[in-house]
Structure formats: C-alpha cells, structure tokens
Design a binder for this molecule. Structure first.
Ligand SMILES: [Zn+2]
Length: 291
C-alpha cells in the first residue's frame, strides 16, 4: 500500500511554500529529440533565445522581486552558453542538474543513465564550479532506479514526480543500502511548455496561449496551494517565458508570491534542506505489481 505524503510544517509564520524553477533546455532538448534539427538555423535560434535574452531578462525580474530561484541546467547548455550559467550563479540562484543533452530516460538502463548524470555533473563543475544538490529528469521522466543513482552521487533532492502537493522523503535503494532523497513534486499544469511551446515538426500542440491565460491558470493554483498549505512549484523555460509579454505576466505572479506574508518563497534547495531537517519517515513508492 502506498501511503500519501503528510502535510509539511513550513518555517516561521509560513503556511505554504512557493518556488520558481527554470529549465535551461536551450538547444539540448531539441537536439536530443531530433538530432537533424542541428541543421535548422531558425529553430536553433529560437532555443538560444533562452540563454541569450531570456535569462538576462528573468534575472532582472527575480532581482526586482528579491526571489531566489532554481535553474536546472543540462550540461550541454552550460558548455554552449557558459556566460548565462555563470550569470545565474553570480546572481545568487541555485544551479541544479538536468541531464547532459536533456536525455529522455524512458527505458534507459542504470549504467547508461549513470553516464548521463556524471557527464552533466562534470559540465556544471567545469563551467560554473557548481556541485548541484538538486536534480530534475529531462522531460520529467524518472525511472524507478533513478533515485538510487542520485543518492549514490550525493544529491539531496529530486523534483520530477507528481503524487503529492508537498515535498517528502522518498525511500531510496543504493548499492550501500537504503537511504532517502527529498522529493519536491511538480505537475504539468505548472509548466510553461504546455502553454507556449510551438516548434514545427518537433514539439507542441501548435497552440500558443496568451500570457493572460497562463497567468490565470498558475495564479489559481498558487492561491489554492496557499490555502492548502502546499508547495507551489512553477517551471518555466527561458526560451519561452523569457519573451517580453510572458516575462511581464510571470512578474505579476512573482509579485503576488513575494507579497504573500504567509508564503515561504525559496529555492528548491532551500526547501529540500528544510524538509530534510524535519526527519520525516521515508515513503516507499514501489513500481506497479504485474497484472
Ligand atoms: Zn527540460
């Protein structure tokens, strides 16, 4: 029997938490999904808009609202756009792991997956001198063996699963024995990809929603999570939400979060550290039994 995650006490007067995360996929996600896209100059520039223009704009926005965010950076993005990654670190934000070439992990064996993890770690170390404590699986597709690989490499938390409104300790098996990893759940309704991504022949519904529609969706979830005492985790991509009107809409949400006295706005690493300090009993999440 799988036991639901228990409510989490938040620091100080806070009755809920909120975190703003950015996946710096840039070219990597598209190159992995379709290697032939490397020859599509216009598509490549659509992606590089993220680190080139989106990141500076988003860093200004976050600074204005005094919010520390988490940036999940594929190693390939760090190698191709080292200046953007160093600027993120210099601005005081968290840099976390997001694969090397944004490799989808579905059906990938543990040895191959470990190689992706180690290559990504080496890239972040080389470019930004960062040893990340956090991980988010590319395409948010974790394998049941993934948490063990993360724990063996010293990661504190993952943010790729979807079965709770609050973070929890995830029971994790490693070669050295059982341990746990903090899990900070997310959901596709709080991802700008579903609202804005249009890449002809590659990804997206073909619909590009208005910033007002995305803001309304996210604001409703923020208000409800606040009332429920949950952990609101938004995921944006700089090549999408770094565009002017979308960044402006995001700014409205940042203002609402920063102005809510009962909401703890923090990076995912800070939230994970808080959860770890609570000494929660790890939850077991076994794969489905054969049917
Ligand atoms: Zn991604």
């Amino acid at each position: 029997m799988i036991i639901p995650a228990a409510p989490v006490p938040w620091p100080g007067r806070a009755r809920a938490a909120a975190s703003f995360s950015f996946d710096l996929d840039a070219e990597s996600a598209i190159l992995f999904a379709d290697p032939s896209s490397a020859t599509r100059m216009s598509v490549m520039t659509h992606q590089s808009y993220g680190p080139l223009v989106g990141v500076p704009r988003l860093l200004r926005l976050l600074e204005h609202h005094r919010i520390r965010a988490t940036f999940f950076v594929p190693g390939y993005s760090a190698h191709r756009h080292p200046g953007a990654v160093r600027d993120i670190v210099a601005a005081g934000h968290e840099v976390a792991h997001h694969g090397y070439l944004h490799e989808t992990l579905t059906g990938v064996d543990p040895v191959t997956e470990a190689g992706y993890l180690d290559r990504g770690l080496a890239a972040l170390e080389e470019v930004a001198g960062v040893r990340p404590v956090g991980y988010r699986a590319p395409m948010w597709e974790l394998n049941y063996h993934s948490p063990g690989l993360l724990a063996e490499r010293g990661f504190l938390y993952d943010s790729s699963l979807m079965d709770a409104d609050v973070p929890y300790e995830l029971a994790t098996a490693t070669a050295a024995g059982p341990t746990s990893l903090v899990e900070i759940p997310l959901q596709w309704a709080l991802d700008d990809w579903e609202q804005y991504c249009y890449l002809p022949g590659i990804s997206g519904s073909g619909l590009i929603e208005t910033p007002a529609k995305a803001l309304a969706l996210w604001r409703a979830e923020f208000d409800a999570m606040r009332a429920e005492g949950g952990c609101f985790v938004l995921t944006c991509h700089p090549f999408l939400s770094g565009r002017p009107s979308r960044a402006a809409a995001l700014g409205e949400l940042l203002a609402a979060a920063a102005g809510a006295p009962d909401v703890w706005v923090a990076s995912l690493a800070e939230i994970a550290g808080h959860v770890r300090s609570l000494g929660l009993a790890p939850r077991e999440l076994p794969p489905p039994e054969p049917w």
